[in-house]
Design a protein around this ligand. Structure first.
Ligand code: HPA
Length: 266
């Protein structure tokens, strides 16, 4: 853990209290509403030296710490992407801070395109696994042997079960599938989408995989859910764009919020 993370955790504890968060959450494009419902303290990333200046519209660069459904949560409203800086470890410091605060579990959310015939805009997909199709890795340059992180059960089976049970209790379909990470920021070509479909991916996006790797490196248990905002390139006539992603994310966001709340209630 970096000294910076310990110092930031001390600063956050002073502002928000010392109780460790039961869950950390990273919110994807257009999925920020749940953070507004937390009873707690919001800290702008600008007040946390070294935190990314999440510069993508649709993200709110704030850390919100407080109580949601009776559980202590730390919600990262802004996510830094590889494509913003060329740094695969852009989310390392926030996740180190979660760990330094005593967090043990992390839930990642994102907006994604779908290659699966049964996954349509507005649907949710729980990640059973992922394919790092970018070829990048947030641990490149890490000097310790801890960099050789096993990724066999990277997406935590117990957390996935809890999320599936919560979805069932809310009567919301939650299919499991494989997410492929392309670096972005350009969207994929139809040929790239056909390629990853053949390789076993069900959804595609520009985030999440580096955070799963970093979380496992830090010893955090992690699960991730995609909100499907579009059929991936070449699979429908609709125009893929960031505006479209932001416009469509709320379709799934309300369901996602219900699942997360139900999971927190236990
Ligand atoms: N591709 C990559 N990222 C995305 C997509 C997509 O089709 N939709 C939302 N985020």
């Amino acid at each position: 853990m970096s000294r910076n993370a310990d110092a930031l955790a001390a600063l956050i504890r002073e502002r928000a209290g010392a109780a460790p968060p039961a869950y950390g959450m990273v919110l994807g494009s257009g999925l920020g509403h749940i953070a507004e419902t937390v009873d707690g303290v919001a800290i702008d990333y600008a007040e946390l030296p070294g935190f990314p200046h999440a510069g993508v519209s649709g993200h709110t660069p704030k850390l919100v710490i407080g109580t949601l459904e009776g559980q202590r949560v730390a919600i990262f409203g802004g996510r830094a992407h590889y494509y913003e800086s060329g740094r695969g470890d852009a989310m390392r410091l926030p996740l180190e801070v979660l760990k330094a605060l005593g967090g043990e579990r992390l839930i990642l959310t994102n907006a994604a395109g779908s290659m699966h015939p049964d996954l349509n805009p507005g649907d949710l997909m729980l990640l059973s696994d992922h394919i790092n199709f970018s070829g990048l890795n947030p641990l490149i340059g890490e000097k310790t042997d801890a960099r050789f992180v096993p990724m066999t059960k990277a997406h935590d089976p117990a957390m996935r079960s809890a999320l599936k049970a919560a979805a069932k209790a809310e009567d919301i379909p939650l299919m499991e599938g494989v997410y492929a990470w392309y670096s972005g920021p350009s969207f994929e070509t139809p040929a790239e989408i056909r390629a990853i479909r053949i390789l076993g991916a069900d959804a595609v996006g520009m985030s999440t995989v580096p955070e799963v790797i970093l979380a496992r490196f830090l010893g955090l248990r992690v699960a991730a859910i995609s909100t499907i905002t579009n059929k991936a390139a070449g699979l429908s006539d609709e125009q893929i764009s960031h505006e479209h992603t932001k416009a469509m994310a709320p379709l799934g966001a309300a369901k996602l919020e219900r699942i997360l709340r139900r999971m927190l209630r236990g």
